[in-house]
Design a protein around this ligand. Structure first.
Ligand code: ADQ
Length: 473
Protein backbone atom coordinates (compact mmCIF):
# COMPACT_ATOMS: atom_id res chain seq x y z
CA UNK A 1 0.00 0.00 0.00
CA UNK A 2 1.38 3.44 -0.94
CA UNK A 3 2.35 5.77 1.87
CA UNK A 4 -0.11 8.59 2.61
CA UNK A 5 1.11 12.18 2.92
CA UNK A 6 -1.33 14.75 4.28
CA UNK A 7 -0.75 18.47 3.90
CA UNK A 8 -2.77 21.00 5.91
CA UNK A 9 -2.01 24.45 7.22
CA UNK A 10 -2.41 23.53 10.87
CA UNK A 11 -1.32 20.08 11.93
CA UNK A 12 -3.10 18.57 14.93
CA UNK A 13 -0.46 17.78 17.50
CA UNK A 14 -0.28 14.08 18.34
CA UNK A 15 -0.62 15.05 22.01
CA UNK A 16 -4.02 16.65 21.40
CA UNK A 17 -6.52 14.21 22.83
CA UNK A 18 -9.45 13.06 20.72
CA UNK A 19 -11.91 15.03 22.86
CA UNK A 20 -10.13 18.26 21.97
CA UNK A 21 -9.00 17.65 18.38
CA UNK A 22 -11.65 18.17 15.70
CA UNK A 23 -13.26 15.19 13.93
CA UNK A 24 -11.25 15.92 10.81
CA UNK A 25 -7.94 15.80 12.70
CA UNK A 26 -8.93 12.51 14.31
CA UNK A 27 -9.97 10.93 10.99
CA UNK A 28 -6.82 12.06 9.19
CA UNK A 29 -4.65 10.81 12.02
CA UNK A 30 -6.43 7.46 11.83
CA UNK A 31 -5.92 7.23 8.07
CA UNK A 32 -2.23 8.01 8.54
CA UNK A 33 -1.93 5.52 11.38
CA UNK A 34 -3.49 2.71 9.30
CA UNK A 35 -0.92 2.70 6.55
CA UNK A 36 1.83 4.78 8.15
CA UNK A 37 2.35 8.24 6.80
CA UNK A 38 3.56 11.78 6.90
CA UNK A 39 1.63 14.87 8.04
CA UNK A 40 3.13 18.07 6.72
CA UNK A 41 2.14 21.67 7.45
CA UNK A 42 3.01 24.99 9.00
CA UNK A 43 4.69 24.89 12.43
CA UNK A 44 2.56 27.82 13.62
CA UNK A 45 5.82 29.76 14.06
CA UNK A 46 7.47 32.56 12.12
CA UNK A 47 11.10 33.60 12.05
CA UNK A 48 13.15 35.93 9.86
CA UNK A 49 15.31 33.73 7.60
CA UNK A 50 13.58 30.53 8.71
CA UNK A 51 15.33 27.17 8.27
CA UNK A 52 14.62 25.66 4.84
CA UNK A 53 14.04 22.23 6.32
CA UNK A 54 11.00 21.31 8.42
CA UNK A 55 11.15 20.18 12.04
CA UNK A 56 10.52 16.47 12.04
CA UNK A 57 9.26 14.20 14.79
CA UNK A 58 7.51 10.86 15.00
CA UNK A 59 4.57 9.59 16.98
CA UNK A 60 3.59 5.95 16.43
CA UNK A 61 3.40 5.25 12.70
CA UNK A 62 3.05 8.92 11.81
CA UNK A 63 5.88 11.30 10.97
CA UNK A 64 5.17 15.00 11.44
CA UNK A 65 7.06 17.62 9.42
CA UNK A 66 6.46 21.28 10.30
CA UNK A 67 7.82 24.17 8.30
CA UNK A 68 8.46 27.58 9.87
CA UNK A 69 7.82 30.65 7.69
CA UNK A 70 9.17 34.16 7.34
CA UNK A 71 6.72 36.52 9.16
CA UNK A 72 6.04 38.79 6.17
CA UNK A 73 5.55 35.87 3.81
CA UNK A 74 3.29 34.14 6.29
CA UNK A 75 1.19 37.29 6.65
CA UNK A 76 0.80 37.68 2.88
CA UNK A 77 -0.13 34.01 2.60
CA UNK A 78 -2.49 33.57 5.55
CA UNK A 79 -4.04 36.93 6.47
CA UNK A 80 -3.49 38.29 2.93
CA UNK A 81 -4.41 36.01 0.05
CA UNK A 82 -5.90 32.97 1.86
CA UNK A 83 -8.13 34.78 4.35
CA UNK A 84 -8.33 38.30 2.88
CA UNK A 85 -8.98 37.21 -0.73
CA UNK A 86 -9.97 33.55 -1.13
CA UNK A 87 -12.09 33.15 2.01
CA UNK A 88 -14.43 36.11 1.25
CA UNK A 89 -14.48 35.21 -2.45
CA UNK A 90 -15.55 31.62 -1.81
CA UNK A 91 -18.16 32.83 0.69
CA UNK A 92 -19.64 35.34 -1.78
CA UNK A 93 -18.53 38.32 0.37
CA UNK A 94 -17.14 40.52 -2.38
CA UNK A 95 -17.45 43.61 -0.16
CA UNK A 96 -14.92 42.07 2.25
CA UNK A 97 -12.56 40.92 -0.49
CA UNK A 98 -9.21 42.63 -0.79
CA UNK A 99 -6.75 41.76 -3.52
CA UNK A 100 -3.13 42.84 -3.63
CA UNK A 101 -0.57 41.49 -6.04
CA UNK A 102 1.96 41.30 -3.21
CA UNK A 103 -0.39 38.93 -1.33
CA UNK A 104 -0.93 36.77 -4.41
CA UNK A 105 2.83 36.60 -4.97
CA UNK A 106 3.43 35.90 -1.27
CA UNK A 107 0.80 33.13 -1.39
CA UNK A 108 2.55 31.46 -4.29
CA UNK A 109 6.01 31.94 -2.74
CA UNK A 110 4.88 30.30 0.49
CA UNK A 111 3.51 27.39 -1.54
CA UNK A 112 6.89 27.15 -3.30
CA UNK A 113 8.59 27.17 0.11
CA UNK A 114 6.30 24.41 1.37
CA UNK A 115 6.92 22.37 -1.80
CA UNK A 116 10.72 22.69 -1.50
CA UNK A 117 10.52 21.70 2.14
CA UNK A 118 8.24 18.71 1.44
CA UNK A 119 9.83 17.41 -1.77
CA UNK A 120 12.96 15.81 -0.20
CA UNK A 121 10.67 13.84 2.12
CA UNK A 122 8.54 12.38 -0.69
CA UNK A 123 8.94 8.93 -2.21
CA UNK A 124 7.89 8.46 -5.86
CA UNK A 125 4.86 6.29 -5.06
CA UNK A 126 3.54 8.39 -2.16
CA UNK A 127 -0.07 9.51 -2.36
CA UNK A 128 -0.35 13.17 -1.34
CA UNK A 129 -3.62 14.62 -0.01
CA UNK A 130 -3.66 18.42 0.26
CA UNK A 131 -6.30 20.22 2.36
CA UNK A 132 -7.86 23.55 1.69
CA UNK A 133 -7.50 26.92 0.04
CA UNK A 134 -4.15 27.77 1.64
CA UNK A 135 -2.50 25.31 -0.72
CA UNK A 136 -4.11 25.47 -4.15
CA UNK A 137 -0.74 26.03 -5.94
CA UNK A 138 1.08 23.30 -4.00
CA UNK A 139 0.61 20.61 -6.67
CA UNK A 140 2.02 22.94 -9.38
CA UNK A 141 5.02 23.65 -7.19
CA UNK A 142 5.58 19.94 -6.48
CA UNK A 143 5.22 19.05 -10.19
CA UNK A 144 7.81 21.74 -11.03
CA UNK A 145 10.17 20.02 -8.65
CA UNK A 146 9.55 16.72 -10.43
CA UNK A 147 6.95 14.91 -8.31
CA UNK A 148 4.89 12.63 -10.57
CA UNK A 149 2.82 10.69 -8.04
CA UNK A 150 -0.87 11.06 -7.20
CA UNK A 151 -1.94 14.34 -5.59
CA UNK A 152 -5.47 14.98 -4.37
CA UNK A 153 -6.96 18.24 -3.14
CA UNK A 154 -10.00 18.80 -0.91
CA UNK A 155 -11.58 22.23 -0.78
CA UNK A 156 -13.40 22.55 2.56
CA UNK A 157 -15.21 25.78 1.70
CA UNK A 158 -17.72 26.58 -1.08
CA UNK A 159 -16.65 26.97 -4.69
CA UNK A 160 -18.24 30.17 -6.03
CA UNK A 161 -20.26 30.42 -9.22
CA UNK A 162 -18.38 31.74 -12.30
CA UNK A 163 -19.73 35.31 -12.02
CA UNK A 164 -18.33 35.57 -8.50
CA UNK A 165 -15.12 33.67 -9.25
CA UNK A 166 -14.36 35.97 -12.18
CA UNK A 167 -13.98 38.92 -9.79
CA UNK A 168 -10.70 37.34 -8.68
CA UNK A 169 -7.92 38.83 -10.78
CA UNK A 170 -5.88 35.62 -10.52
CA UNK A 171 -8.78 33.28 -11.42
CA UNK A 172 -7.18 31.68 -14.47
CA UNK A 173 -3.86 30.94 -12.76
CA UNK A 174 -5.63 29.46 -9.75
CA UNK A 175 -7.64 27.00 -11.84
CA UNK A 176 -4.54 26.04 -13.81
CA UNK A 177 -2.98 25.30 -10.44
CA UNK A 178 -5.95 23.08 -9.59
CA UNK A 179 -5.45 21.15 -12.81
CA UNK A 180 -2.11 19.89 -11.49
CA UNK A 181 -3.99 17.71 -9.00
CA UNK A 182 -5.31 14.30 -10.05
CA UNK A 183 -8.50 14.57 -8.02
CA UNK A 184 -10.18 17.76 -6.79
CA UNK A 185 -12.82 17.15 -4.09
CA UNK A 186 -15.52 19.70 -3.26
CA UNK A 187 -18.24 19.55 -0.62
CA UNK A 188 -21.41 19.49 -2.76
CA UNK A 189 -22.70 18.93 -6.26
CA UNK A 190 -23.45 22.69 -6.42
CA UNK A 191 -19.76 23.41 -5.87
CA UNK A 192 -18.82 20.88 -8.56
CA UNK A 193 -21.27 22.45 -10.99
CA UNK A 194 -19.85 25.92 -10.27
CA UNK A 195 -16.26 24.86 -10.93
CA UNK A 196 -17.08 22.78 -14.02
CA UNK A 197 -19.15 25.60 -15.50
CA UNK A 198 -16.21 27.97 -15.07
CA UNK A 199 -13.84 25.45 -16.66
CA UNK A 200 -16.03 24.84 -19.69
CA UNK A 201 -17.27 28.38 -20.20
CA UNK A 202 -14.28 30.52 -19.20
CA UNK A 203 -11.17 28.36 -19.25
CA UNK A 204 -11.91 26.52 -22.50
CA UNK A 205 -11.56 23.17 -20.85
CA UNK A 206 -13.68 20.12 -21.61
CA UNK A 207 -15.74 17.96 -19.29
CA UNK A 208 -16.30 14.22 -19.76
CA UNK A 209 -18.68 11.98 -17.77
CA UNK A 210 -17.71 11.30 -14.15
CA UNK A 211 -16.29 14.79 -13.69
CA UNK A 212 -13.21 14.12 -15.81
CA UNK A 213 -11.77 17.42 -16.94
CA UNK A 214 -9.34 18.34 -19.67
CA UNK A 215 -7.58 21.67 -19.28
CA UNK A 216 -4.73 22.45 -21.64
CA UNK A 217 -2.60 19.29 -21.58
CA UNK A 218 -3.77 18.16 -18.12
CA UNK A 219 -6.48 15.63 -17.25
CA UNK A 220 -7.98 15.46 -13.76
CA UNK A 221 -11.23 14.69 -11.95
CA UNK A 222 -13.59 16.93 -9.98
CA UNK A 223 -16.19 15.33 -7.69
CA UNK A 224 -18.28 15.98 -4.57
CA UNK A 225 -17.32 14.41 -1.23
CA UNK A 226 -19.66 15.80 1.45
CA UNK A 227 -17.73 15.67 4.71
CA UNK A 228 -19.21 14.00 7.80
CA UNK A 229 -18.44 13.79 11.52
CA UNK A 230 -17.21 11.15 13.93
CA UNK A 231 -20.83 10.20 14.60
CA UNK A 232 -20.14 7.34 16.99
CA UNK A 233 -17.93 9.50 19.20
CA UNK A 234 -20.56 12.25 19.34
CA UNK A 235 -23.36 9.83 20.20
CA UNK A 236 -21.18 8.31 22.91
CA UNK A 237 -20.22 11.69 24.40
CA UNK A 238 -23.80 12.91 24.31
CA UNK A 239 -25.09 9.78 26.08
CA UNK A 240 -22.35 9.99 28.69
CA UNK A 241 -23.16 13.66 29.25
CA UNK A 242 -26.64 12.83 30.59
CA UNK A 243 -25.28 11.95 34.00
CA UNK A 244 -22.34 14.36 33.95
CA UNK A 245 -21.71 17.22 36.33
CA UNK A 246 -21.74 19.75 33.47
CA UNK A 247 -25.22 18.73 32.37
CA UNK A 248 -26.38 19.24 35.96
CA UNK A 249 -24.85 22.70 36.13
CA UNK A 250 -26.39 23.64 32.81
CA UNK A 251 -29.84 22.47 33.80
CA UNK A 252 -29.81 24.17 37.17
CA UNK A 253 -28.70 27.43 35.51
CA UNK A 254 -31.59 27.19 33.04
CA UNK A 255 -34.16 26.70 35.80
CA UNK A 256 -36.55 24.83 33.50
CA UNK A 257 -36.24 27.23 30.54
CA UNK A 258 -35.90 26.05 26.95
CA UNK A 259 -32.46 26.36 25.37
CA UNK A 260 -31.54 27.23 21.78
CA UNK A 261 -27.86 26.82 20.88
CA UNK A 262 -25.46 28.15 18.27
CA UNK A 263 -21.83 27.01 17.99
CA UNK A 264 -19.65 28.69 15.38
CA UNK A 265 -16.18 30.08 14.95
CA UNK A 266 -16.48 33.86 15.17
CA UNK A 267 -16.55 34.36 11.41
CA UNK A 268 -18.55 36.67 9.16
CA UNK A 269 -19.57 33.73 6.96
CA UNK A 270 -21.52 32.20 9.85
CA UNK A 271 -24.35 34.76 9.89
CA UNK A 272 -23.98 35.51 13.61
CA UNK A 273 -25.50 39.02 13.57
CA UNK A 274 -28.44 37.62 11.58
CA UNK A 275 -28.89 34.90 14.20
CA UNK A 276 -28.77 37.38 17.09
CA UNK A 277 -31.24 39.63 15.28
CA UNK A 278 -33.61 36.73 14.63
CA UNK A 279 -33.59 35.86 18.33
CA UNK A 280 -34.17 39.53 19.18
CA UNK A 281 -37.06 39.58 16.69
CA UNK A 282 -38.59 36.49 18.29
CA UNK A 283 -38.56 38.17 21.70
CA UNK A 284 -39.91 41.40 20.25
CA UNK A 285 -42.73 40.00 18.13
CA UNK A 286 -43.73 37.09 20.38
CA UNK A 287 -43.55 38.27 23.98
CA UNK A 288 -44.86 34.90 25.20
CA UNK A 289 -41.32 33.50 24.75
CA UNK A 290 -39.73 36.12 27.00
CA UNK A 291 -38.33 34.61 30.16
CA UNK A 292 -39.03 31.13 28.74
CA UNK A 293 -36.30 30.68 26.11
CA UNK A 294 -32.58 31.19 26.53
CA UNK A 295 -30.19 31.28 23.61
CA UNK A 296 -26.56 30.30 24.03
CA UNK A 297 -24.03 31.26 21.38
CA UNK A 298 -20.58 29.72 21.69
CA UNK A 299 -18.24 31.55 19.31
CA UNK A 300 -14.50 31.19 19.86
CA UNK A 301 -12.52 34.04 18.37
CA UNK A 302 -10.71 33.19 15.12
CA UNK A 303 -8.38 35.07 12.75
CA UNK A 304 -8.13 38.06 15.09
CA UNK A 305 -5.35 39.42 12.86
CA UNK A 306 -7.83 40.14 10.03
CA UNK A 307 -9.66 43.50 10.44
CA UNK A 308 -13.13 42.19 9.43
CA UNK A 309 -13.03 39.66 12.26
CA UNK A 310 -12.24 42.31 14.86
CA UNK A 311 -15.11 44.46 13.55
CA UNK A 312 -17.49 41.50 13.71
CA UNK A 313 -16.53 40.82 17.31
CA UNK A 314 -17.40 44.41 18.26
CA UNK A 315 -20.69 44.21 16.36
CA UNK A 316 -21.72 41.04 18.16
CA UNK A 317 -20.81 42.43 21.56
CA UNK A 318 -23.04 45.42 20.86
CA UNK A 319 -25.91 43.30 19.58
CA UNK A 320 -25.75 40.88 22.51
CA UNK A 321 -25.62 43.82 24.91
CA UNK A 322 -28.61 45.46 23.23
CA UNK A 323 -30.75 42.29 23.31
CA UNK A 324 -29.89 41.56 26.93
CA UNK A 325 -30.35 45.20 27.93
CA UNK A 326 -33.79 45.28 26.31
CA UNK A 327 -35.25 41.97 27.48
CA UNK A 328 -33.31 40.60 30.47
CA UNK A 329 -35.11 40.14 33.79
CA UNK A 330 -33.39 40.14 37.15
CA UNK A 331 -33.42 36.31 37.01
CA UNK A 332 -33.11 35.69 33.23
CA UNK A 333 -30.46 36.61 30.68
CA UNK A 334 -31.88 35.95 27.18
CA UNK A 335 -28.57 35.56 25.32
CA UNK A 336 -25.54 33.84 26.75
CA UNK A 337 -22.58 34.70 24.58
CA UNK A 338 -19.26 32.89 25.09
CA UNK A 339 -16.06 33.52 23.15
CA UNK A 340 -14.18 30.41 24.11
CA UNK A 341 -13.79 26.90 22.75
CA UNK A 342 -15.35 24.04 24.69
CA UNK A 343 -14.29 20.40 24.90
CA UNK A 344 -16.32 17.97 22.78
CA UNK A 345 -18.12 16.28 25.72
CA UNK A 346 -19.27 19.70 26.96
CA UNK A 347 -20.46 20.67 23.47
CA UNK A 348 -22.28 17.35 23.19
CA UNK A 349 -24.01 17.98 26.53
CA UNK A 350 -25.10 21.45 25.43
CA UNK A 351 -26.36 20.20 22.05
CA UNK A 352 -28.36 17.46 23.75
CA UNK A 353 -29.93 19.88 26.20
CA UNK A 354 -31.02 22.29 23.46
CA UNK A 355 -34.49 22.19 21.98
CA UNK A 356 -33.16 24.12 18.99
CA UNK A 357 -29.82 23.95 17.15
CA UNK A 358 -29.50 27.22 15.27
CA UNK A 359 -27.09 27.10 12.32
CA UNK A 360 -27.43 30.16 10.09
CA UNK A 361 -24.37 30.70 7.86
CA UNK A 362 -24.64 33.09 4.93
CA UNK A 363 -22.48 30.50 3.10
CA UNK A 364 -20.75 27.38 4.38
CA UNK A 365 -18.91 24.56 2.64
CA UNK A 366 -20.65 21.97 4.81
CA UNK A 367 -21.07 23.03 8.48
CA UNK A 368 -20.22 20.21 10.83
CA UNK A 369 -22.02 21.77 13.78
CA UNK A 370 -25.35 20.96 12.09
CA UNK A 371 -24.37 17.28 11.93
CA UNK A 372 -22.95 17.26 15.47
CA UNK A 373 -26.20 18.72 16.81
CA UNK A 374 -28.19 15.92 15.14
CA UNK A 375 -25.85 13.19 16.42
CA UNK A 376 -26.04 14.45 20.01
CA UNK A 377 -29.85 14.37 20.31
CA UNK A 378 -31.85 12.08 22.54
CA UNK A 379 -33.90 9.92 20.11
CA UNK A 380 -36.81 9.91 22.59
CA UNK A 381 -36.96 13.70 22.80
CA UNK A 382 -34.89 15.22 19.99
CA UNK A 383 -34.44 18.92 19.36
CA UNK A 384 -35.04 20.70 16.07
CA UNK A 385 -32.28 21.74 13.71
CA UNK A 386 -32.91 25.18 12.19
CA UNK A 387 -30.53 25.36 9.25
CA UNK A 388 -29.54 27.92 6.64
CA UNK A 389 -30.24 26.82 3.10
CA UNK A 390 -26.79 28.21 2.23
CA UNK A 391 -24.89 25.61 4.28
CA UNK A 392 -23.63 22.61 2.30
CA UNK A 393 -25.29 20.46 4.97
CA UNK A 394 -28.72 21.68 3.77
CA UNK A 395 -28.34 19.36 0.76
CA UNK A 396 -28.27 16.35 3.05
CA UNK A 397 -30.24 17.25 6.19
CA UNK A 398 -33.74 17.38 4.73
CA UNK A 399 -35.29 16.98 8.18
CA UNK A 400 -34.10 20.45 9.25
CA UNK A 401 -36.30 23.54 9.28
CA UNK A 402 -34.66 25.48 6.45
CA UNK A 403 -34.18 29.22 6.76
CA UNK A 404 -32.84 32.09 4.72
CA UNK A 405 -30.50 33.94 7.10
CA UNK A 406 -31.10 37.23 5.27
CA UNK A 407 -34.78 37.01 6.29
CA UNK A 408 -34.73 37.93 9.99
CA UNK A 409 -38.52 37.81 10.44
CA UNK A 410 -38.69 34.50 8.55
CA UNK A 411 -36.07 33.07 10.93
CA UNK A 412 -38.03 34.30 13.96
CA UNK A 413 -41.11 32.50 12.50
CA UNK A 414 -39.10 29.29 12.21
CA UNK A 415 -37.83 29.59 15.79
CA UNK A 416 -41.42 29.97 16.92
CA UNK A 417 -42.41 26.91 14.87
CA UNK A 418 -39.50 24.88 16.28
CA UNK A 419 -40.43 25.82 19.86
CA UNK A 420 -44.00 24.62 19.31
CA UNK A 421 -43.17 21.49 17.27
CA UNK A 422 -44.87 18.35 18.60
CA UNK A 423 -42.71 15.40 19.67
CA UNK A 424 -43.78 13.16 16.80
CA UNK A 425 -42.71 15.64 14.14
CA UNK A 426 -39.44 16.33 15.94
CA UNK A 427 -38.70 12.60 15.98
CA UNK A 428 -39.60 12.15 12.33
CA UNK A 429 -37.35 15.01 11.25
CA UNK A 430 -34.52 13.87 13.50
CA UNK A 431 -34.69 10.29 12.16
CA UNK A 432 -34.32 11.56 8.58
CA UNK A 433 -31.29 13.67 9.56
CA UNK A 434 -29.69 11.01 11.73
CA UNK A 435 -29.89 8.41 8.94
CA UNK A 436 -27.65 10.69 6.85
CA UNK A 437 -25.26 11.53 9.68
CA UNK A 438 -24.85 7.83 10.48
CA UNK A 439 -24.40 6.77 6.87
CA UNK A 440 -21.89 9.43 5.89
CA UNK A 441 -19.27 9.65 8.63
CA UNK A 442 -15.90 11.38 8.51
CA UNK A 443 -14.26 7.95 8.26
CA UNK A 444 -16.32 7.03 5.23
CA UNK A 445 -15.56 10.41 3.67
CA UNK A 446 -11.84 9.87 4.19
CA UNK A 447 -11.86 6.33 2.77
CA UNK A 448 -13.99 7.29 -0.24
CA UNK A 449 -11.76 10.19 -1.19
CA UNK A 450 -8.56 8.17 -0.84
CA UNK A 451 -10.04 5.22 -2.72
CA UNK A 452 -11.14 7.48 -5.57
CA UNK A 453 -7.75 9.18 -5.61
CA UNK A 454 -6.03 5.80 -5.88
CA UNK A 455 -8.27 4.91 -8.84
CA UNK A 456 -8.25 8.29 -10.55
CA UNK A 457 -5.79 7.29 -13.18
CA UNK A 458 -7.95 4.24 -14.05
CA UNK A 459 -10.88 6.62 -14.56
CA UNK A 460 -8.78 8.85 -16.73
CA UNK A 461 -7.78 5.62 -18.44
CA UNK A 462 -11.30 5.32 -19.86
CA UNK A 463 -10.33 8.22 -22.08
CA UNK A 464 -8.68 7.87 -25.49
CA UNK A 465 -5.00 6.85 -25.47
CA UNK A 466 -3.65 10.33 -26.22
CA UNK A 467 -5.53 11.82 -23.22
CA UNK A 468 -4.18 9.09 -20.95
CA UNK A 469 -0.63 9.89 -21.93
CA UNK A 470 -1.27 13.54 -21.16
CA UNK A 471 -2.81 12.65 -17.80
CA UNK A 472 0.43 11.01 -16.71
CA UNK A 473 2.55 13.99 -17.67
P1 ADQ B 1 -15.42 25.67 9.88
O1 ADQ B 1 -15.69 26.95 9.18
O2 ADQ B 1 -14.53 25.76 11.05
O3 ADQ B 1 -14.90 24.55 8.91
P2 ADQ B 1 -17.63 23.82 10.82
O4 ADQ B 1 -17.86 22.85 9.74
O5 ADQ B 1 -18.88 24.21 11.52
O6 ADQ B 1 -16.93 25.15 10.34
O7 ADQ B 1 -16.66 23.17 11.85
C1 ADQ B 1 -16.39 23.77 13.06
C2 ADQ B 1 -15.86 22.73 14.04
O8 ADQ B 1 -15.31 23.44 15.15
C3 ADQ B 1 -16.95 21.82 14.56
O9 ADQ B 1 -16.46 20.53 14.68
C4 ADQ B 1 -17.28 22.42 15.92
O10 ADQ B 1 -17.69 21.50 16.90
C5 ADQ B 1 -15.97 23.03 16.31
N1 ADQ B 1 -16.24 24.20 17.16
C6 ADQ B 1 -16.86 25.33 16.83
N2 ADQ B 1 -17.00 26.11 17.91
C7 ADQ B 1 -16.45 25.45 18.94
C8 ADQ B 1 -16.27 25.73 20.31
N3 ADQ B 1 -16.71 26.85 20.88
N4 ADQ B 1 -15.63 24.83 21.05
C9 ADQ B 1 -15.18 23.69 20.50
N5 ADQ B 1 -15.33 23.35 19.22
C10 ADQ B 1 -15.95 24.24 18.45
C11 ADQ B 1 -14.55 24.50 7.50
C12 ADQ B 1 -15.65 24.94 6.53
C13 ADQ B 1 -16.93 24.18 6.79
C14 ADQ B 1 -16.67 22.67 6.70
C15 ADQ B 1 -15.48 22.28 7.56
C16 ADQ B 1 -15.06 20.83 7.34
O11 ADQ B 1 -15.88 26.34 6.66
O12 ADQ B 1 -17.94 24.54 5.86
O13 ADQ B 1 -17.82 21.98 7.17
O14 ADQ B 1 -14.34 23.09 7.27
O15 ADQ B 1 -14.85 20.56 6.00
Amino acid sequence: MARLVIVSNRVASPKERAAKAGGLAVALREALGRQGGLWFGWSGETEVNPPTEPKIFRSGRVTYALQTLDPEEQHAHYAGYANGTLWPLCHYRLGALSYRRTDWEGYRRVNDTFARSLMPLLKPDDVVWVHDYHFIPLASALRELGFKGLIGYFHHIPWPTPDVFLTLPSHAALVEDLSQYDLVGLQTENDVRALLTYISSEARGWIAPGGVVGLKERRFRVAAYPIGIDTEAFVKDAKAAVTGEEMERLHSSLAGRTLAVGVDRLDYSKGLPNKFNAFGELLKSRPEHRSKVTMMQVAPVSRGEVAEYRALRRELEELAGAINGEYAEFDWVPLRYLNRPLARPTLAAIYRSSRIGLVTPLRDGMNLVAKEYVAAQNPKNPGVLVLSRFAGAANELSGALMVNPYDIEGMADMLDLALAMPLEERQERWRANMAVVEANTIHKWCDTFLDDLAHTVDRLGELPEHSRAAARQ
